[in-house]
Design a protein around this ligand. Structure first.
Ligand code: BGC
Length: 478
């Protein structure tokens, strides 16, 4: 038996072992959480991203992305790892989709790797890349789930980065070409689309702080990317609409409820307004025709020099929905130090009494934050989905294949209760997709933080359903 078949067999056995006994479900009680309270049409899903799970970094004609190159630079990834293999989803997609379906999800959200489809960024279309996503889409549909496709989850072709990447205005035509190819090939079967995954994160971390690929730093560069990405966001929507008139078209935003450190002090209140403009409003407001929030965030005033005639109108697109991705709240304070002139955020460890209230990412567990942010975004009047929410905690794989991730189960329960409350109060919220299906490559943090409801042994590529996965299975069955 060759290595891949052996691994596959091992995986199937592990899967069987980990699913069979439906362990300890009695302890994982639903309490007052009931799926039906969210309504019969509410959609439940899991979310993933190409770079974080696929591996097969140079197989079947794939080109290099900025994450393929960035991860190999010394000191960029905490544990020194890279994305060559990741979860090997490229070869194991059937097993993974089977497992997802067996847990009872309606939706599989995944992203397409631009460099599988257009290895050079533009022009030459790689049929083997198209074939792979066709297989993933068809298999997802065959298993009774809806494929929700994210066009861009942070993996720009390296060849386009070499020409300036998102900071080069030409990216509008590069991106348009890519969207057109995806829409033409997948639009007959994929009816739910997200243009971007968290534009604030990939522009801020990629071009301002330099912590993510391509690792660039500088306010001017960042402002260029904000404007060109915003133009691409709307243009991507228009291209999808033209090619797939019946599509449900959205884009997703990283969102965080912002509070002032001391609401009785004006300087902290102003700082909180700045943080809110930066983290929450920078990309949604131009898409709604409201322009950039320059008044509340003067540090971005320099963006005006990149706005050309006709751009203001082109920034707007009527999205059918927006995706909210929430992990923690933010407490802002006045500060003399950057990052955004007279405003900074209070460190999470200062917000908690005990370290146990932090996730493995050092983020504060703050379930009420998701309620607050849903209410805040509901005011924009666009239907919403939670397209990501979840947590990394230290997990231990037991000899019998079990993982008792009690904290993650509690996290989901607490966040879901807040989601439900916002919905019951009338927020136009239509679905919840958890982050994430299985432990994977957590960007600059490497493979250590585990966010999955399925444990992945990265040595064997075996999957083991954690207690949180079983909790979801039980919840979705009801
Ligand atoms: C991203 C994911 C990431 C998750 C946890 C989100 O910002 O979309 O790719 O893994 O957060 O950090």
């Amino acid at each position: 038996m060759d290595r891949r078949s052996a691994l596959k067999l091992g995986g199937i056995i592990a899967l069987g072992l980990s699913l069979k006994p439906y362990r300890a479900l009695a302890q994982l009680s639903m309490e007052d959480l009931n799926k039906m309270k969210f309504g019969p049409d509410f959609l439940w899903g899991t979310a993933t991203a190409a770079t974080q799970i696929e591996g097969a970094w140079n197989e079947d004609g794939k080109g290099l992305s900025i994450w393929d190159t960035f991860a190999k630079k010394e000191g960029k990834i905490k544990d020194g790892s890279n994305v060559e293999v990741a979860c090997d989803f490229y070869h194991k997609y059937e097993e993974d989709i089977d497992l997802m379906a067996s847990l009872g999800f309606d939706v599989f959200r995944f992203s397409v790797a631009w460099t599988r489809i257009l290895p050079y960024g533009t022009q030459y279309v790689n049929q083997r890349g198209i074939d792979f996503y066709n297989r993933v889409i068809d298999y997802t549909l065959a298993k009774g789930m809806q494929p929700w496709l994210t066009l861009y989850h942070w993996d720009l072709p390296q060849l386009l980065q070499d020409k300036g990447g998102w900071a080069n205005r030409e990216v509008i035509s590069w991106f348009s070409e890519y969207v057109e190819v995806c829409a033409k090939h997948f639009g007959d079967r994929v009816k739910n689309w997200m243009v971007f995954n968290e534009p604030m994160a990939f522009t801020g971390l990629g071009y301002l702080s330099g912590m993510h690929a391509p690792g660039e730093r500088g306010l001017n560069k960042f402002l260029k990317t904000v404007h060109y990405v915003s133009l691409c966001q709307a243009e991507g929507g228009r291209i999808l609409r033209k090619n797939i008139p019946d599509a449900n078209i959205g884009t997703t935003f990283s969102v965080t409820a912002v509070e002032a450190k001391d609401p009785s002090k004006k300087k902290h209140v102003i700082a909180a307004r700045k943080a809110d403009a930066m983290f929450n409003r920078l990309f949604i407001e131009p898409s709604l025709g409201m322009g950039y929030p320059i008044e509340d965030l003067p540090i971005i005033k320099g963006i005006e020099k990149f706005i050309e005639e006709g751009d203001k109108e082109k920034l707007a697109f009527k999205f059918d929905f927006i995706g909210l991705q929430n992990y923690f709240r933010t407490v802002a304070k006045f500060s003399l130090w950057p990052p955004f002139m007279w405003a900074n955020v209070v460190k999470a460890e200062k917000l908690v009494k005990d370290k146990s209230e932090l996730t493995a990412m050092g983020w504060e567990v703050s379930p009420k934050g998701i309620y607050d942010i849903i209410k805040q975004f509901d005011k924009y009047g666009v239907p919403m989905y939670i397209t990501e929410n979840g947590a990394a905690f230290e997990d231990h794989l037991n000899a019998d294949g079990s993982v008792h991730d009690v904290k993650r189960v509690q996290f989901f329960k607490d966040y879901l209760k807040n989601v439900l409350q916002a919905k019951e109060e009338g927020a136009d919220l239509r679905g919840y997709f958890l982050w994430t299906f299985m432990d994977n490559f957590e960007w600059a943090e490497g493979y250590e933080p585990r966010f999955g409801i399925v444990y992945n042994d990265f040595n064997t590529q075996r999957r083991y359903v954690k207690d949180s996965g079983l909790w979801w299975q039980n919840f979705l069955k009801n």
